[in-house]
Write a protein that binds this ligand. Structure first.
Ligand code: PNS
Length: 163
């Protein structure tokens, strides 16, 4: 699938080593991979869209066929606009499956030509989520090894700003 463009969408608030594991796997499988960050102001993210994109750019610099973009509105509309037919999502555990199935089916209904491809992150990241990383950082715990060092630093700064 060397000429295929795939989109890896998400909130990335913030990017974790689990996301990066998937990005690396996706970058080997597809010709180009666009990490598309949702501008989800409604969810009151910890990091602004610009910060989330910056952290992603910093941590995906080693992958020449990966780029970082943002979108708002329907994912399928964004995918159509950039000419992608493949959506990449990660499934960590059975508990992810129901939500992911619902989203994939709905996206297919909205845009029948759209295919969702699921990949599994490394086992070590099967319990990792941005939500838990934010919670641990907010409560003063260590997130070393769960996120890239630069993200760890930003989390520390954000948490001390808030306190
Ligand atoms: O990292 P997340 O928060 O699990 O990612 C969810 C995301 C961004 C993939 C999903 O919320 C999304 O696609 N939102 C855009 C709006 C949309 O298309 N909604 C219909 C999905 S069926």
């Amino acid at each position: 699938m060397q000429r295929v463009l795939a989109i890896y969408p998400g909130s990335f608030d913030p990017v974790t080593n689990g996301h990066l594991d998937l990005i690396e796997r996706g970058s080997k499988m597809f010709g180009r991979l666009t990490v598309a960050v949702l501008r989800n102001d409604g969810k009151a993210p910890m990091f602004t869209l610009a910060e989330r994109m910056e952290m992603l750019r910093e941590s995906t610099g080693a992958f020449p066929n990966v780029e970082v973009d943002s979108f708002e509105g329907l994912l399928v509309d964004y995918a159509r606009r950039v000419g992608a037919r493949i959506l990449l999502r990660g499934i960590r555990a059975v508990s992810d499956y129901e939500y992911e199935l619902q989203m994939a089916m709905m996206n297919r209904r909205l845009e029948p030509g759209m295919e969702t491809i699921f990949m599994l992150p490394a086992e070590a990241y099967s319990y990792l989520s941005s939500r838990l990383v934010r919670e641990i950082a907010q409560l003063g715990g260590a997130v070393t090894g769960l996120v890239p060092p630069a993200v760890e630093q930003r989390l520390r700064e954000r948490v001390t700003q808030v306190r």
